[in-house]
Design a protein around this ligand. Sequence first.
Ligand code: NAP
Length: 541
Amino acid sequence: MVKNESETRRVDALIVGAGMGGLLALRKLTAEQGLDALVIDQAAGVGGTWFWNRYPGSLSDTQAPMYQLPFEKELYQRTKWTKRYATGPEIREYLEDAVDFWGLRDRIQLETALVSATWDDTAHEWEIETSKGSIRATYLITALGLLSNRNVPDFPGIGDFAGRIVHTADWPADLDITGKRIGVIGNGSTGVQFMTAAAKVVGHLTSFQRTPQFSVPAGNREYSEEELQAFKDECESIWDQYTREKLGFGVDEVSRKTTDVSDEEREAIFEWAWQKGGNYTFTNETFADVTSDHSANKLAADFVRRKIAEIVEDPETARRLTPTEIFARRPICDSGYFEIFNQTNVDLVSLRETPIVTFTDRGAVTSDGQLHEFDVLVMATGFDAVEGSYRGVQITGREGELLSEHWADAPRSHLGITVSGFPNLFMILGPNGPFVNNPAAIGIQSRWIARTIGHLVESGGESIELLPEVEERWLDTCLDELHGSLFLETGSWIFGNNIPGKRKAKTANFYVGGLDNYIRISDAEIDDGYPSYDIRVAASV
Ligand code: NAP
């Protein structure tokens, strides 16, 4: 631990972030590489995303057996999921257990924020300032999360609102919404989960919706002991599957196209997916062209639109809830979202039709002159995602360049892990990493980082630095892979265009070429002896 502010602690590796990525990196660097590693996190507990996102209804919409830290067989055997999807509290409990099972508690320093990190090219190490003192480390691993920097939009007069304003990713422990009047802005994954849970207990809920949302049933259900045991018995084959899957969500990624079947068969397949539940089941286990072909996308979208019309009793509410854009903003699933709009305590305001003109002390006034009153305003408004997580920390590279300057035009990296000009810096879930099931990406990247650091230690390498031309090539690869993706045509955090003014000319944010290809490319880098890197070896070696 850092003992006092004037003392500098020395570690082999400093890991920033005690979420899934930081914890797995800590495990790998200590157990597999024998390093002295330390995790810091500004939160008061471990869990990262799951520490902060404590809003009612918080749940992973990836099936629990796939939403676990991979390549850790003993840990996998300890899990006690009861349902298909794990709740926020269950995931926090799972990560707390991992920390104790691996004996890592003493290596985690909480309530400690990264302030700055500067590469010292003489000592070949990072000089780090935290809110609790200085640390020097040979390796800096940033596991800041994809979705950490909250987006809190401004609205006219919002300062006049006398009630409480909360963001779902900073949910106060003392807030009980039972019986209260709630206004909700945002209906992405978070808003949909929150509203579906909240509608059961609040006095009244008003959803202020900007863009109507495609959502399919999650299909949450109890798991039997036998099912869970089967997952445990087969965990290694789940990880082995990563090398053959595009997404790593554990869905059967079909190659069949919408045009390969008759109209009746297609309807039956969509209905099968609707009944089975799951966002990626609907988009990837039905037909391969749903997210890449406009006609196929329209067939899937029309199916969901018909479902909304069937579920929502009031035709006017159903109309406002029905998306008119393509089905490619974000894949969402729910546990009765559209159904809540049949409840008498739930209202829907379309911000496209009647935007908020001002807030008063009692609520929001929309352009039709109506005052919508509430006690609590819930911002489920998402995040300045991916490189947005790096805003606010000052990371300075070998030539004195700030990471924020390096990314001024577009965030760039190799594999979402390394950045040219920033030796011995390794990111987990950094920009231009794979767009896949996050624990899968975290597992692959932590393994890559541990192997690479292991290689450096063994070979007497002082530093490893990405060649600048490789970084440019990887950005081009990421951009090339995006061609044909319908997701590019909508606005969302996935491509950084949810934040006004943020989208830059050449931004990819993710590599969408598939988990299988990502593993092949990243493994080849190691197997071929790091051709994309400059490895400096200590003079005495
Ligand atoms: P999000 O997908 O970015 O959704 C933000 C919502 O806020 C959207 O409905 C957006 O409307 C609305 N919004 C933002 N600014 C607004 C403004 N100025 N006025 C009105 N509305 C505004 O954020 P999220 O729901 O937190 O989800 C982010 C990601 O977190 C998800 O895609 C998912 O990857 C992850 N997540 C996962 C889970 C899970 O595993 N179950 C749960 C929650 C979140 P527009 O659509 O019009 O932009």
